[in-house]
Ligand binder design. Structure first.
Ligand SMILES: [Fe+2]
Length: 234
């Protein structure tokens, strides 16, 4: 039987490299076809366009260079933000499907923590502020079902900490913006320093502790979607 540690019962680890976690999906979703669940408003024609983009080798190859593997040491975060921030809706949805699939294939059940390459991040000005699971969040761009980028401030008492281990329907590219912070996994706690970059496939158990984080979400469900944050229940 697998066991899951609580936040109080963990081993602390140095950040850079691969750290194993577990994939988990709530039973209520495990038998569903989730392909369009978080992009529910697309017409049949739009869905066709998205699917053909996910099979277009030229389009897929735009994302491939950014996908980390377990040995990756650095990430070109500015490069992927430049690619993604200008994408129209259907390209954003297709791109987020491609990135999520590749993250699952190349990382599996775990996270990869790498150093940022030092480039300045092209985030621009926030377009709106929202409260995301009680956390103040600056949104830079968003496409429902596609990519969103936001700065999330996690404080004591927020669900990210209180609920502990949880999953999201999409993968994550997170940049730690605070001097020091941590991410908790079933296998232990990983210490993070400013500018560490964390890559995570969809449905990966994790919990970030206090700090500011830049978060790129593929397959954005929407900030107040009831399934945007799914606490682990054994
Ligand atoms: Fe999370």
């Amino acid at each position: 039987m697998n066991t899951i540690n609580t936040i109080e019962n963990v081993n602390e680890k140095e950040a850079h490299g691969f750290h194993s976690s577990q994939s988990w999906i709530p039973e209520s979703l495990s038998t569903e076809d989730l392909t369009w669940r978080y992009a529910p408003d697309l017409t049949a024609e739009e869905k066709e366009t998205v699917l053909s983009l996910t099979k277009d080798s030229g389009f897929v190859s735009l994302f491939t260079p950014f996908v980390p593997n377990k040995e990756t040491k650095k990430s070109d975060v500015a490069g992927i933000l430049n690619l993604i921030s200008g994408l129209p809706k259907l390209e954003s949805i297709a791109g987020s499907m491609i990135l999520d699939k590749k993250l699952s294939e190349s990382i599996g059940a775990g996270i990869v923590v790498v150093a940022a390459d030092g480039s300045e991040l092209p985030v621009g000005q926030p377009v709106k502020q929202v409260i995301y699971e009680s956390m103040p969040t600056d949104v830079y761009f968003e496409t429902i079902g596609g990519f969103s980028l936001a700065k999330i401030k996690i404080s004591e008492g927020d669900p990210e900490i209180v609920e502990g281990l949880h999953v999201h329907n999409g993968g994550r590219l997170i940049v730690a913006l605070s001097k020091s912070s941590k991410v908790v996994l079933p296998s232990g706690t990983v210490n993070l320093r400013k500018n560490d970059v964390i890559w995570m496939p969809p449905w990966t158990l994790h919990s970030f502790l206090t700090g500011d984080f830049l978060a790129l979400h593929p397959n954005e469900a929407g900030w107040n979607h009831p399934e945007a944050f799914l606490p682990y229940r054994s």
